[in-house]
Design a protein around this ligand. Structure first.
Ligand code: S3P
Length: 435
């Protein structure tokens, strides 16, 4: 099992952020379905993006990395049955979106995953997909993987999402591609809209009316749309670690380039500014999924309340935001975030437990936590365990750049799912990492 030893050190300087995980996976799926060859710049070289691409290759797409780009030749709407189970690794996005994509494709697909993915709820996609006419078998004990998707002739449905989840929304929209008639999803709160933006870029007929999104299905013969070129912006959720590391340290200055700035992903910036942070944004590309440069200058921060509509737009940033809370003065409250309990780990329990090991005062709530600060961090002697959750591993590494001594973080291989260059970038920004 891999582990890292992280030392206290101020971080500063400049780094280019690698490709967005959510967008890379969606591009892999849609380019694989298109007619012709798409050229993709900036595809994330992370395990989740690789497992999704490999799944598409097993269903007939052809992918090749050449001259710093990824070329994907699609199947023009007709997926081939894979020879065996698709190993989705750690990827909830890959699994849930792909289940929707193949539900109407007339093939049978089995999906398996690692221990973390095999504990995550899949009933949330089974229900709408079965309403559309697919058969979904979940042989795990609690509605979990392994999953068999047995495609059927799908019909469009109207579906009110019981939780704010871009994965469930996207799953239904992708299934809607193969359905007869119109499929409408209504979100309880706005979530990331990368799927919708890519549909628009590919001229797939989609209508967006506030929180209601509709797609006109192509029917069981499958969608017909042409390949195109894509540029994947840097992952805001990866940038978030450095943004927080600099924002909470007075005197620090850090510049991040090529950062995805989709407004449905960047609520962390609003929260940090509310806490007193100094952050400048320069948008370099505004069309589709925008991106640009983020400059952070450290300042003393104070606590705030994070709840309601903000939550889905910073859902993956809540672990690192809890770190910011520990270093800010006063109370930082996170509420309405029960979804954190079913991510790659129970992120509420893991963050509360880890922060306490550093002497931070934290109250655990069913749907969040209250973090007291500023804490005089006491780095624990004992090793921490990421529990196989990349965002826990990276959040604890950033926390200990403010610690009182070196810390060992075990089970750090998971960082490769979203940010394989994380440790290299930490060293480039002045951090000290061993192992
Ligand atoms: C994702 C959506 C979010 C997020 C996950 C990626 C996506 O999950 O936590 O890391 O790519 O759609 P939910 O939509 O289930 O909250």
């Amino acid at each position: 099992m891999s582990s890292k030893r992280v030392f206290p050190a101020p971080l500063g300087g400049s780094v280019k952020i690698p490709g967005d995980k959510s967008i890379s996976q969606r591009v892999a799926m849609l380019a694989s379905l298109a007619e012709g060859t798409s050229r993709v710049i900036g595809y994330l070289n992370g395990a989740d993006a690789r497992s999704t691409l490999s799944a598409m290759e097993q269903m007939g797409a052809v992918a090749e990395f050449r001259d710093d780009a990824l070329y994907i030749t699609g199947v023009a709407g007709t997926l081939r049955p894979p020879a065996g189970p698709l190993d989705m690794g750690n990827s909830g996005t890959g699994t849930r979106l792909l289940a929707g994509l193949v539900a109407g494709a007339g093939i049978e697909v089995t999906m398996v995953g690692d221990e973390s993915l095999s504990s995550r709820p899949m009933g949330r996609i089974r229900h709408p997909l079965e309403l559309m006419g697919a058969h979904i078998g979940l042989s795990g004990q609690k509605g979990t993987l392994p999953m068999v998707v047995c495609g059927g002739k799908l019909k469009g449905i109207g579906y009110l999402l019981p939780m704010a989840s871009a994965q469930v929304k996207s799953c239904i929209l992708l299934a809607g591609l193969y359905a007869e008639g119109k499929t409408t999803v209504v979100e309880p709160r706005p979530t990331r809209d990368h799927t919708e933006k890519l549909f628009q870029a590919l001229d797939i007929p989609i209508e967006i009316d506030g929180l209601e999104i509709s797609i006109h299905g192509f029917g069981s013969r499958g969608p017909r749309f042409k390949a195109r070129d894509f540029v994947v912006p840097g992952d805001f959720s990866s940038a978030a670690f450095w943004i927080v590391a600099a924002a909470v340290r007075p005197g620090a200055e850090l510049v991040l380039e090529g950062v995805g700035l989709n407004p449905r992903r960047t609520a962390l910036l609003d929260v940090l500014r509310r806490m007193g942070a100094s952050i400048e944004i320069v948008v370099t590309e505004a069309a589709g999924d925008p991106w640009g440069t983020v400059t952070v200058r450290g300042a003393p921060l104070h606590g705030t309340v994070i709840e309601g509509d903000e939550i889905p737009n910073l859902i993956d940033e809540l672990p690192i935001l809890a770190v910011a809370g520990a270093l800010a003065s006063g109370r930082t409250e996170i509420r309405d975030a029960a979804e954190l309990r079913v991510k790659e780990s129970d992120r509420i329990a893991e963050m509360v437990g880890n922060l306490r090991l550093f002497g931070v005062e934290v109250e655990e709530l069913e749907d969040g936590m209250v973090v007291g600060g500023p804490a005089a961090l006491e780095t624990p002697e004992r090793a921490l365990d990421s529990r196989g959750d990349h965002r826990i591993a990276m959040s604890m590494a950033i926390l200990n750049t403010f610690g009182s001594g070196p810390v060992t973080i075990q089970n750090t291989g998971c960082v490769d799912t979203s940010y394989p260059d994380f440790w290299k970038h930490m060293a480039a920004l002045g951090g000290k990492v061993e192992g």
